[in-house]
Design a protein around this ligand. Structure first.
Ligand SMILES: [Zn+2]
Length: 93
């Protein structure tokens, strides 16, 4: 990639999209996989993200590569289970 790809404008708000390298998460059979450094068009106004078709295909190929996934480093993330009782104050207002 020598020249920046032209993503055009945001479908939501019409602002010119900027190329950024983002983290994207995917769910694979109940496990979350995070792919870093994914080139995407990001809207500086509303945060909408667009991935171009070639990158989408490349991600699909990557996510079918079970060996690459099996050997990737693991991270631990907080998992919070929201109890219905916690939502009561929200619904009462
Ligand atoms: Zn936008």
């Amino acid at each position: 990639m020598t020249q920046p790809y032209n993503y055009g404008t945001c479908d939501v708000c019409g602002t010119l999209l900027q190329e950024k390298y983002i983290k994207q998460n995917f769910w694979l059979k109940g496990d979350m996989v995070i792919v870093e450094n994914v080139p995407a068009g990001v809207c500086p106004q509303c945060g909408a993200k667009v991935v171009r078709a070639e990158v989408g295909h490349w991600l699909l190929t990557l996510l079918r590569n079970s060996e690459r996934i099996a050997t990737a480093p693991r991270i631990a993330v907080p998992l919070i289970h929201l109890e219905p009782i916690e939502l009561v104050p929200v619904f009462q207002t």
